[in-house]
Design a protein around this ligand. Structure first.
Ligand code: ARG
Ligand code: ZN
Length: 879
């Protein structure tokens, strides 16, 4: 059942052109596919094998005549076909009952598609592999007036009405793999913008949203234009058609999809306005719109040869969208967001049964590999190439990549080769990043030679075994280093009298790095800008992390220094908790917080990020064996200490920011999604939560409750509203009842906004949370068939509430098991995505491991278990 990367075979047949006709009907859509098929092999005995899934076959014709064929469970096979012929296949599909949301389905009365990776075979029998590139012509037929907008890829060729039926024809001049095919039909509000490319091409940009939602689409459509402009400026890449469409739908398994000239989006990443969206929602729209648009070159024009190469387009496109947001918004903040994903979910994936290289070797269900490893670690790998080559050579490599591979389906290897050939830099060993899974650990030490004025660093790298890969070859690790003197000034890096780059490239298991002319024992920043996706171990001497926190010129280093200070405290007290010893007080964390708050002069937004205490899920990554109760206890203790000992500071800070907020309201200045306003809200969230926690701990819960409801009442925007709502549930305040009630009455008609209610309730770390979640499954706004609802309520509970989910009673596991069994029959991909926290079982204590094992055994016995769920449990058992 498992496919292997090395088993890749060139296709025996290709399809050069396909003419598709859809006679739309909610439950019985007739699809006629007329394909021009060409044999690519010498061997004429090889049959044509087409993939199919959940199709009703109506008719097959070869060059217009009856022919022999074989239909199996998942294929349609034809023996001894000519070298070149026209194949006509007629199938019937049921979009309305397509609850898996792969292929053609109905979202809230509108037809739409999701074909990546293997959805097209649920539309018609086809060589559904990304290395078969065809020119598509699409005819959409429906009763006139039924669906005002009928869209597909490419250019609109014809739109006519005949015998009460409307026929719309689209033609896409660019050959593409089937996963990029898209169709949409329904009624929408339409937004339009003109864009003229650098080469003078006139582009009509359209955005389609639910009726009545046009005003929530302006940010998205303007983001498209910003993305088009940025890709021209930074990458020299110009849009290639006269039309670009984006459609927002409510039912969508992922974030969005880059179908050629017809991007389809989860409405969560399109619909925003000042009243209903948070700062994060606004930022996500820009970055996801950018991401999908950038795929036009890195994904559509140059695509993947096979799905093992997914990171070819995803890692690269995430890198591009990160750069887009960094250039347009705030670079250090974007970098810290990316670092948090790597150090949280990605390190967790690397330590678990599903660990895989960014280019996996074995795949059972491809949907399971749209992972933080392929996407986000993939982007880190591209970023390392960028660091090693520099912007100029990197762009030279991109140019060569397009020159060589435009219009082709290629591999990660092709990308690296282009970078190598364009730059003249050898990347042979660098390729280990593509082939090896796991998180490398770099442990460093410093010997300072006062006589020679030399700083001699020793770096050892090692990577723990991952399933199927017990021995690892050394990686190429670019360490961006900086040395600081005791006065906090940066020491110029020199070797043999010459200045050297800050980026040290480690290639061996044991490495020695020497700097000359170092006047004193330096304080070392080891991984500036998080220059490699690795863990670093370094015996910081007393005061060194503080020096970096205060003096480093790289913001990520300052952020990481605080994280290190916090992590040491957590590790120490987790061990204390395990041994039933009293907690050790950490003066260092408190002093560092005090410094940041009172002396650092940092801007609000950066301050809020630096004061972030890593979530329990991320802290688990500090340990091989996870003692969950001890980690939770030590984290709680840290929050307690900071709340109580800095109580005055938190209160004053909250009052100050609140006063500024009131001032803004008094001056009639509305909500704006600017760095400055976002910064105030990010920081007020931190201040409010510590302030409230301090009050609760002092027994002043009524006061805390009143402050939070006050915050809720004065809010003029969704971010502040949710700061209050979440604080009310997170601290279990009395006011949560009235706040939740008010929020419900205001937003029950807006499902995307109401998801915030689900998230607030599901993330509260209290014993009644599971019952509340169960109750909410009966709420009129909840819908087990909508992935956004499932993720908001059930995904939040499993993934963002480790305390309740892993409750030692086992209730959390039992609950999720029930859900997984239900979802297995309707939408297994969404099910598989929310079960991630259970995959930690092998690192958990024996009791929890036993309970999860029991649940897994139960799931494994259900009839018709999907590959998505099976693959994960199977790997968990084998780890
Ligand atoms: N290619 C899409 C994107 O990254 C995501 C497709 C998600 N598909 C999936 N099976 N999870 O923009
Ligand atoms: Zn993508």
């Amino acid at each position: 059942q498992e496919k292997r990367r090395l088993d890749y075979k060139k296709p025996d047949f290709t399809i050069t052109d396909i003419d598709l006709t859809f006679e739309l009907d909610l439950t019985a859509t007739i699809v006629t596919a007329v394909s021009r098929v060409k044999r690519l092999t010498e061997d004429r005995k090889i049959p044509l094998v087409l993939n199919g899934d959940s199709l009703k076959l109506l008719d097959v014709k070869l060059d217009g005549a009856e022919c022999a064929f074989r239909e199996t469970e998942n294929t349609l096979e034809l023996d001894s076909v000519p070298d070149e012929f026209t194949l006509t296949v007629k199938t019937c599909i049921n979009p309305k009952d397509n609850s898996e949301l792969m292929g053609l389905y109905v979202s809230d009365g509108k037809f739409c598609t999701q074909n990546e990776p293997e959805g097209f075979r649920r539309i018609t029998f086809f060589t559904d592999h990304p290395d078969v590139l065809a020119r598509y012509t699409t005819h959409i037929i429906a009763p006139d007036g039924a669906y005002p907008f009928m869209l597909s890829n490419g250019n609109l060729i014809k739109d006519e009405v005949k015998d009460g039926k409307r026929v719309v024809t689209w033609e896409d001049p660019f050959p593409k793999p089937s996963y990029l095919f898209a169709l949409v039909a329904g009624d929408f509000d339409e937004l339009h913008r003109d864009f003229v490319t650098c080469g003078g091409r006139h582009v009509d940009v359209y955005l389609y949203v639910d009726k009545g939602q046009a005003s929530c689409g302006t940010v998205a459509i303007d983001s498209i234009l910003r993305a088009m402009e940025w890709d021209e400026k930074r990458f020299g890449l110009e849009y290639d058609l006269n039309r670009f469409n984006v459609v927002a739908v409510d039912f969508f398994n992922a974030g969005a999809m880059e179908n050629k000239s017809l991007n389809i989006f989860n409405s969560k990443y399109v619909l925003v306005d000042a009243e209903s969206a948070t700062d994060t929602d606004f930022e996500n729209v820009l970055s996801v719109i950018g991401h999908e648009y950038f795929h036009n070159w890195t994904g559509d024009r140059v695509t993947c040869r096979d799905w093992f190469q997914l990171s070819l387009k995803e890692g690269l496109t995430v890198f591009r969208d990160q750069e887009f947001s960094s250039d347009l918004c705030c670079r250090p903040i974007e970098r810290i967001k990316a670092v948090n994903i790597i150090k949280g979910p990605q390190f967790t994936e690397d330590a678990g049964p599903m660990a895989h290289p960014i280019r996996p070797d074995y795949v059972m269900e491809m949907n399971n590999f749209y992972s933080v490893t392929v996407y986000d670690k993939g982007a880190e790998v591209i970023r390392m190439i960028h660091t090693i080559l520099g912007e100029e050579l990197f762009q030279k490599g991109m140019k060569l990549y397009f020159k060589r591979h435009d219009g082709c389906a290629v591999t990660c290897e092709d990308f690296v080769s282009a970078m190598e050939d364009a730059s003249g830099i050898d990347l042979k060993q660098f390729r280990n990043w593509y082939s090896q899974a796991g998180t490398p650990c770099v442990s460093g030490s410093l010997r300072y030679d006062a006589e020679k004025k030399q700083a001699v660093y020793t770096f050892n790298q090692s990577t723990p075994a991952t399933p199927g890969q017990s021995v690892k070859q050394p990686f190429v690790i670019p360490l961006s280093m900086a040395l600081y003197g005791s006065d906090g000034r940066k020491i110029l890096l020199k070797r043999n009298g010459e200045p050297v780059s800050e980026v040290q490239i480690l290639t061996e298991e044991h490495n020695v790095v020497v700097f000359d002319d170092v006047p004193e024992r330096p304080v070392t920043a080891l991984l500036q800008n998080f220059s490699a996706p690795v863990k670093v171990e370094y015996p910081y001497a007393q005061g060194e992390l503080e020096t970096l926190l205060k003096c480093a010129d790289d913001p990520v280093t300052r952020y990481e220094s605080m994280q290190n200070i916090i992590n040491s405290y957590i590790v120490l007290n987790t061990v204390n908790a395990q041994r039933r010893l009293p907690f050790t007080h950490s003066e260092l964390v408190v002093q560092s917080f005090r410094y940041i708050l009172e002396e650092s002069g940092l801007d609000n937004r950066f301050m809020a990020y630096i004061l972030r205490i890593p979530p329990v899920n991320t802290l688990m990554g500090l340990f091989t064996a996870i003692d969950l109760d001890a980690i939770i206890a030590s984290r709680k203790e840290l929050v307690r200490v900071l709340s109580v000992e800095l109580a005055d500071i938190w209160e004053k800070l909250y009052q100050k920011l609140l006063a500024e907020f009131r001032q803004r309201l008094a001056e009639g200045r509305g909500y704006e999604c600017t760095e400055e306003q976002i910064g105030s809200r990010d920081l007020i969230r931190v201040a409010l939560n510590f302030h409230v926690r301090g009050l609760v701990l002092k027994g002043e819960e009524a006061k805390a409750s009143a402050i939070v409801s006050g915050h809720y009442r004065i809010s003029d925007n969704m971010t502040d509203t949710l700061i209050a709502l979440n604080a009310a549930t997170a601290h279990n305040l009395e006011s949560r009842h009235e706040i939740l009630k008010d929020f419900e009455s205001r937003w029950r008609d807006n499902a995307l906004v109401f998801d915030n209610y689900f998230r607030a309730v599901a993330s509260a770390p209290y014993p009644d949370t599971l019952d509340n979640v169960r109750k909410l499954m009966e709420h009129e706004c909840f819908d087990l068939t909508n992935p956004n609802r499932v993720r908001a309520l059930l995904g939040t509970f499993s993934q963002l509430n480790p305390e309740c989910f892993n409750d030692i009673s086992g209730r959390g596991y039992e609950f999720l098991t029930e859900i997984l069994i239900k979802l297995n029959g309707t939408n297994p991909h969404v099910a598989a995505a929310i079960m991630t926290p259970m995959l930690n079982l092998n690192r958990l204590d024996i009791k929890r491991k036993g309970m999860i094992t029991d649940c897994f055994n139960r799931i494994m016995r259900i009839p018709g278990l999907s590959d998505s769920i099976f693959e994960k449990i199977d790997k968990a058992f084998k780890q």
